[in-house]
Write a protein of this length. Structure first.
Length: 221
Protein backbone atom coordinates (compact mmCIF):
# COMPACT_ATOMS: atom_id res chain seq x y z
CA UNK A 1 0.00 0.00 0.00
CA UNK A 2 1.23 3.48 -0.91
CA UNK A 3 0.32 6.61 1.05
CA UNK A 4 0.86 10.22 0.06
CA UNK A 5 0.08 13.23 2.24
CA UNK A 6 -1.05 16.52 0.70
CA UNK A 7 -1.59 19.42 3.10
CA UNK A 8 -4.49 21.66 2.09
CA UNK A 9 -6.62 24.67 3.08
CA UNK A 10 -6.11 27.33 5.78
CA UNK A 11 -6.58 24.74 8.55
CA UNK A 12 -3.56 22.77 7.23
CA UNK A 13 -5.45 19.53 6.91
CA UNK A 14 -3.86 16.26 5.77
CA UNK A 15 -5.45 14.80 2.65
CA UNK A 16 -4.32 11.24 1.95
CA UNK A 17 -4.10 9.51 -1.42
CA UNK A 18 -3.88 5.75 -0.85
CA UNK A 19 -3.27 3.20 -3.62
CA UNK A 20 -1.90 -0.28 -4.31
CA UNK A 21 -0.41 -2.15 -7.26
CA UNK A 22 -3.75 -2.19 -9.09
CA UNK A 23 -3.49 1.63 -9.38
CA UNK A 24 -6.94 1.98 -7.83
CA UNK A 25 -6.88 4.69 -5.17
CA UNK A 26 -9.05 6.34 -2.56
CA UNK A 27 -8.74 9.87 -1.28
CA UNK A 28 -9.18 10.08 2.47
CA UNK A 29 -10.42 13.43 3.85
CA UNK A 30 -10.21 15.52 0.69
CA UNK A 31 -9.56 19.03 2.01
CA UNK A 32 -8.51 20.79 -1.19
CA UNK A 33 -10.26 24.16 -1.13
CA UNK A 34 -9.36 26.22 -4.21
CA UNK A 35 -8.41 25.76 -7.89
CA UNK A 36 -4.69 25.64 -7.13
CA UNK A 37 -5.18 22.86 -4.56
CA UNK A 38 -7.63 21.06 -6.86
CA UNK A 39 -4.96 21.09 -9.58
CA UNK A 40 -2.30 19.83 -7.17
CA UNK A 41 -4.47 16.85 -6.21
CA UNK A 42 -5.46 16.10 -9.81
CA UNK A 43 -1.86 16.35 -11.03
CA UNK A 44 -0.68 13.99 -8.30
CA UNK A 45 -3.31 11.42 -9.24
CA UNK A 46 -2.99 11.73 -13.01
CA UNK A 47 0.81 11.79 -13.16
CA UNK A 48 0.90 8.41 -11.43
CA UNK A 49 -1.81 6.90 -13.56
CA UNK A 50 -4.05 6.30 -10.55
CA UNK A 51 -7.74 5.52 -10.79
CA UNK A 52 -9.78 7.12 -7.99
CA UNK A 53 -12.66 4.91 -6.89
CA UNK A 54 -13.93 6.73 -3.78
CA UNK A 55 -13.68 9.71 -1.49
CA UNK A 56 -13.71 8.32 2.04
CA UNK A 57 -13.91 10.51 5.14
CA UNK A 58 -13.06 9.94 8.77
CA UNK A 59 -15.54 12.65 9.74
CA UNK A 60 -17.60 15.53 8.41
CA UNK A 61 -15.84 18.74 9.43
CA UNK A 62 -15.54 21.26 6.61
CA UNK A 63 -11.73 21.26 6.50
CA UNK A 64 -11.84 17.54 5.66
CA UNK A 65 -14.69 17.68 3.14
CA UNK A 66 -14.10 20.80 1.01
CA UNK A 67 -12.49 18.82 -1.81
CA UNK A 68 -15.00 15.98 -2.04
CA UNK A 69 -17.30 17.67 -4.56
CA UNK A 70 -14.31 18.31 -6.84
CA UNK A 71 -13.47 14.59 -6.80
CA UNK A 72 -17.06 13.67 -7.54
CA UNK A 73 -17.17 16.02 -10.53
CA UNK A 74 -13.71 15.18 -11.86
CA UNK A 75 -13.70 11.41 -11.41
CA UNK A 76 -17.33 10.47 -10.72
CA UNK A 77 -16.45 8.80 -7.41
CA UNK A 78 -18.91 8.12 -4.57
CA UNK A 79 -18.55 9.78 -1.17
CA UNK A 80 -18.42 7.69 2.00
CA UNK A 81 -19.11 9.20 5.45
CA UNK A 82 -20.97 8.16 8.58
CA UNK A 83 -24.55 9.40 8.48
CA UNK A 84 -24.11 10.52 12.09
CA UNK A 85 -21.96 13.36 10.73
CA UNK A 86 -24.47 14.46 8.09
CA UNK A 87 -25.40 17.48 10.22
CA UNK A 88 -21.84 18.77 9.86
CA UNK A 89 -22.26 18.92 6.09
CA UNK A 90 -25.50 20.85 6.56
CA UNK A 91 -23.79 23.44 8.79
CA UNK A 92 -20.41 23.57 7.02
CA UNK A 93 -20.76 27.12 5.69
CA UNK A 94 -21.57 28.47 9.15
CA UNK A 95 -18.73 26.52 10.75
CA UNK A 96 -16.30 27.74 8.11
CA UNK A 97 -17.29 31.37 8.63
CA UNK A 98 -16.37 31.08 12.31
CA UNK A 99 -12.83 30.22 11.23
CA UNK A 100 -12.79 32.80 8.43
CA UNK A 101 -12.95 30.13 5.71
CA UNK A 102 -15.31 30.30 2.74
CA UNK A 103 -16.75 26.83 2.37
CA UNK A 104 -18.27 25.60 -0.92
CA UNK A 105 -21.44 23.55 -1.22
CA UNK A 106 -21.09 20.19 0.46
CA UNK A 107 -21.76 16.85 -1.26
CA UNK A 108 -24.42 14.34 -0.35
CA UNK A 109 -23.44 11.01 1.20
CA UNK A 110 -23.36 8.11 -1.26
CA UNK A 111 -22.23 5.41 1.17
CA UNK A 112 -22.87 5.29 4.92
CA UNK A 113 -19.80 4.18 6.89
CA UNK A 114 -22.11 3.73 9.87
CA UNK A 115 -23.36 0.58 8.12
CA UNK A 116 -19.96 -0.70 6.96
CA UNK A 117 -17.35 -2.79 8.78
CA UNK A 118 -14.80 -2.54 5.98
CA UNK A 119 -14.05 -0.74 2.74
CA UNK A 120 -12.33 -2.48 -0.18
CA UNK A 121 -10.57 -1.13 -3.25
CA UNK A 122 -8.05 -2.80 -5.56
CA UNK A 123 -6.31 -5.43 -3.44
CA UNK A 124 -6.65 -3.35 -0.26
CA UNK A 125 -9.00 -3.69 2.69
CA UNK A 126 -9.59 -0.86 5.14
CA UNK A 127 -11.31 -1.80 8.40
CA UNK A 128 -13.82 0.83 9.50
CA UNK A 129 -13.45 1.47 13.25
CA UNK A 130 -16.04 3.74 14.91
CA UNK A 131 -14.17 6.33 16.99
CA UNK A 132 -16.75 8.87 18.22
CA UNK A 133 -15.69 11.78 20.38
CA UNK A 134 -14.39 14.49 18.08
CA UNK A 135 -17.65 14.06 16.16
CA UNK A 136 -20.50 11.57 16.70
CA UNK A 137 -19.82 9.69 13.45
CA UNK A 138 -16.04 9.77 13.46
CA UNK A 139 -14.28 6.63 12.21
CA UNK A 140 -10.70 5.47 11.87
CA UNK A 141 -9.58 3.47 8.84
CA UNK A 142 -7.15 0.61 9.46
CA UNK A 143 -5.15 -1.50 7.01
CA UNK A 144 -4.24 -4.62 9.04
CA UNK A 145 -1.55 -6.11 6.77
CA UNK A 146 0.70 -3.04 6.87
CA UNK A 147 -0.71 -1.76 10.20
CA UNK A 148 -1.44 1.74 8.91
CA UNK A 149 -4.17 3.69 10.68
CA UNK A 150 -5.89 6.87 9.53
CA UNK A 151 -7.17 8.52 12.69
CA UNK A 152 -8.65 11.75 11.35
CA UNK A 153 -9.02 14.18 14.24
CA UNK A 154 -9.29 11.58 17.00
CA UNK A 155 -5.57 11.10 17.68
CA UNK A 156 -2.67 13.37 16.75
CA UNK A 157 1.03 13.19 17.49
CA UNK A 158 1.13 13.93 21.24
CA UNK A 159 -2.39 15.35 21.26
CA UNK A 160 -6.05 14.53 20.64
CA UNK A 161 -8.88 16.14 18.71
CA UNK A 162 -11.01 18.95 20.07
CA UNK A 163 -14.16 17.98 21.95
CA UNK A 164 -15.58 21.49 22.45
CA UNK A 165 -17.19 21.66 19.00
CA UNK A 166 -20.82 20.57 18.31
CA UNK A 167 -21.13 16.83 18.84
CA UNK A 168 -17.81 16.53 20.66
CA UNK A 169 -17.42 14.51 23.87
CA UNK A 170 -14.21 14.01 25.87
CA UNK A 171 -15.26 10.75 27.51
CA UNK A 172 -16.09 9.26 24.12
CA UNK A 173 -12.89 10.34 22.38
CA UNK A 174 -10.80 8.84 25.17
CA UNK A 175 -12.89 5.67 25.12
CA UNK A 176 -12.23 5.46 21.37
CA UNK A 177 -8.49 5.92 21.83
CA UNK A 178 -8.00 3.65 24.83
CA UNK A 179 -10.42 0.86 23.91
CA UNK A 180 -10.42 0.81 20.11
CA UNK A 181 -7.20 2.38 18.84
CA UNK A 182 -4.40 1.48 21.27
CA UNK A 183 -5.19 -2.27 21.16
CA UNK A 184 -4.08 -2.25 17.50
CA UNK A 185 -0.49 -2.37 18.77
CA UNK A 186 2.54 -0.16 19.39
CA UNK A 187 3.97 -0.71 15.91
CA UNK A 188 0.88 0.70 14.17
CA UNK A 189 1.63 3.83 12.14
CA UNK A 190 -0.80 6.69 12.74
CA UNK A 191 -1.71 9.06 9.91
CA UNK A 192 -3.60 11.92 11.60
CA UNK A 193 -5.87 14.58 10.15
CA UNK A 194 -3.35 17.30 11.00
CA UNK A 195 0.37 17.32 11.74
CA UNK A 196 3.04 14.65 11.49
CA UNK A 197 2.56 10.90 11.46
CA UNK A 198 3.36 8.93 14.59
CA UNK A 199 3.01 5.44 16.08
CA UNK A 200 0.76 4.09 18.78
CA UNK A 201 3.84 3.13 20.75
CA UNK A 202 5.01 6.74 20.76
CA UNK A 203 1.58 7.98 21.80
CA UNK A 204 1.39 5.47 24.65
CA UNK A 205 4.59 6.97 26.04
CA UNK A 206 4.45 10.66 25.15
CA UNK A 207 0.87 11.74 24.49
CA UNK A 208 -0.13 13.56 27.71
CA UNK A 209 -3.86 12.93 27.23
CA UNK A 210 -3.26 9.21 26.78
CA UNK A 211 -0.62 8.86 29.49
CA UNK A 212 -2.72 10.49 32.21
CA UNK A 213 -5.52 8.00 31.52
CA UNK A 214 -3.21 4.98 31.31
CA UNK A 215 -1.64 6.02 34.64
CA UNK A 216 -5.11 6.37 36.22
CA UNK A 217 -4.50 10.07 36.85
CA UNK A 218 -7.68 10.98 34.94
CA UNK A 219 -10.87 8.97 34.60
CA UNK A 220 -12.53 9.04 31.18
CA UNK A 221 -15.70 7.14 32.03
Amino acid sequence: MNIATLVFNPIQENTYVVWDDTKECVVIDAGNSNPKEDAALKNFIDERGLKPVAAVNTHGHFDHTMGVEFLRREYGVPFYLSSKDRFLLDTAQVSGSIFGVKVPAMPGIDGDLEQMKEFRFGDTLLVVIPTPGHTPGHVALYEPCTKNLFTGDTLFRESIGRTDLPGGDYSWIMRSIIERILPLGDETTVWPGHGEKTTLGHESLYNPFVVEVLNDEVKYK
